[in-house]
Design a protein around this ligand. Structure first.
Ligand code: ATP
Length: 510
């Protein structure tokens, strides 16, 4: 396929054209970084949720799931640190009146220098062919070394400013690097200010300062504040986990890249409570297990990488991201954090309630340590959808658009197609629909030539087409067409259930 930008455009337009994702409030010209899931997008999203829920809750005896409210007591966000520190540094360009994240401007500048290094490497690779050794080249080539030195210097200043919350320093760095606004092309920047990402609202009819509520910026806190409720009512023994899927809201300063960065999105989070001192072993465990979950979807391993954090949040003693190669490069898909006892301790302190666990094996009480796995549902959708979309060149020179979704996630598992709209074939096809429809999402389609109907199903990712023809009436068999191979085979209707079951079985069970 074409270049990355074109691929991404195709992903966005395909998602809209086939009813997966629409811009929110589109007839009113949309709302920034808010999207609606359409009829097929909702199915795909629900299937992703279920795939995660099964892997985390159903397959682990020591993990249970909850669904906490979006509104929570305002003190929760004081205790969690979000009121004081859930900020991004923003900067405005006075000429274009556009707003940017200061950290992102600097990171983009660094990425441009990295791009120069990559170009040098590509050139050298072409020149030296198979003998090219990237490691050796980048550590000896003068130009590359200069670029790298520049990057290291910028990094050091940038990290220092971020750590010290030095906003003037960040602005100075932007000026010193000569970063211009991509719209106006000028360096007419305002000062850098901290911007809190939480949406505030009011509860009740009496409005004063005390009833400011926040839309939750993460689902995790709903788990922490229910730690004791779940532990006691579920008689949970450490180590155990609490999982949750739900909406989160962040007033992102720059929201672009489609559903990668939204202002209203969904997270799938799990907090795993462990004995203090065992947290780094559990961190390693979850880091591996979560990657295995991604790989079980059948997407090649080279599309994923770990990014271990060097600069840790003050409460964490280990953190990594699982990054995915989106059409716009490797970016965070999931975070795995060892959060120590920070959250439970803070909630104990702010609520005055003791949030501890009595460990009968050790005969002592302690505040459990926590490993968090936190994945964005919409980002997972984008990862799976963008990887699945393919313009396949066929032998006859034509191109077919096929959405190679993992069968377990596909909105429709099968389409039932009478070859022609007469001779009793539609009636027979309806019988098959009735047999399958309670158990599987299946679609009936009798319009247009069979080839066009196959293509329509390819474009929405339906793994199997079941075609009913005249022979079906004679011998009760149907033709099954496979989306990926386009191979057809004949099977008795009596075997359909078993066939579908085997074809759609989650990869984590195969
Ligand atoms: P980023 O650095 O990309 O802003 P983050 O480190 O702030 O992400 P976390 O707070 O760790 O993200 O949230 C956990 C997960 O939630 C992320 O890995 C991502 O998949 C998802 N997520 C976070 N912010 C957004 C958003 N604005 N839109 C969609 N998904 C998001």
């Amino acid at each position: 396929m074409a270049n990355q930008e074109e691929i991404f455009k195709k992903v966005v337009s395909h998602a809209k054209e086939y009813g997966f994702i629409f811009p929110s409030s589109e007839i009113y010209d949309g709302l920034g970084a808010v999207y609606d899931y359409g009829q097929l997008g909702t199915e795909l999203k629900n299937n992703i949720k279920q795939y995660w829920w099964k892997a985390m809750v159903q397959l682990h005896e020591n993990i249970v799931g909850i669904d906490s409210a979006i509104f929570m007591h305002p003190k929760i966000w004081k205790a969690s640190g979000h009121v004081d520190a859930f900020n991004d540094p923003l900067i405005d360009n006075r000429d274009s009146k556009k707003r940017y994240r200061a950290d992102v401007l600097i990171e983009d500048h660094i990425a441009k220098i990295e791009e120069k290094i990559n170009k040098e490497c590509e050139k050298a690779h072409k020149r030296f062919g198979d003998a090219f050794d990237r490691q050796q080249f980048v550590s000896t080539n003068q130009r590359v070394m200069e670029h790298q030195k520049q990057i290291d210097e910028i990094h050091a200043r940038y990290a220092d400013c971020m750590n010290r919350n030095d906003l003037d320093g960040l602005k100075q760095l932007i000026l010193d690097l000569g970063i211009v606004c991509p719209i106006s092309g000028t360096r007419n920047w305002t000062d850098v200010r901290q911007f809190n990402l939480m949406f505030a609202t009011k509860m009740g009819s009496v409005i004063d300062d005390s009833d400011t509520l926040y839309l939750r910026p993460e689902t995790a806190q709903g788990i922490f504040v229910n730690f004791l409720n779940v532990q006691k009512s579920g008689r949970m023994k450490i180590p155990f986990g609490i999982a949750q899927i739900g909406k989160a809201f962040r007033n992102e300063i720059v929201a672009r890249q489609f559903i990668f960065r939204m202002r209203e999105f969904e997270q799938m989070e799990m907090q795993f409570f462990v004995r203090p001192g065992t947290e780094l072993d559990w961190f390693k465990h979850w880091k591996e297990e979560r990657l295995q979950w991604h790989l079980s979807l059948g997407i090649p391993a080279e599309k994923y990488r770990y990014h271990d954090h060097e600069k840790l949040a003050h409460y964490a003693n280990a953190a990594t991201d699982i990054e995915f190669q989106f059409p716009f490069g490797f970016k965070e898909l999931e975070g795995i954090h060892s959060r120590t006892d920070f959250d439970l301790s803070r909630h104990s302190q702010f609520s005055g309630k003791k949030l501890q666990y009595f460990d009968s094996e050790l005969n002592e009480s302690y505040t459990p340590y926590v490993i968090e796995t936190s994945i964005g549902l919409d980002r997972t959708f984008l990862a799976i959808f963008s990887h699945a979309l393919d313009d396949e060149q066929l032998d006859d020179g034509s191109v077919r658009t096929v959405l190679r979704l993992p069968a377990v996630l596909a909105p429709y598992k099968a389409a039932v197609l009478p070859l022609v709209k007469k001779d009793g074939l539609p009636e027979k096809a309806r019988e098959i629909m009735d047999m399958l429809k309670y158990h599987y999402m299946v679609q009936y389609d009798e319009k247009d030539a069979i080839g066009r109907r196959y293509r329509r199903q390819d474009a929405i990712g339906t793994p199997l087409c079941i075609t009913v023809d005249n022979d079906t009436l004679q011998n009760n068999s149907v033709t099954l067409r496979d989306r990926d191979t386009m191979q057809q085979e004949r099977i008795p209707i009596d075997n359909l259930f078993m066939y579908l079951h085997n074809h759609i079985k989650p990869m984590m069970l195969k």
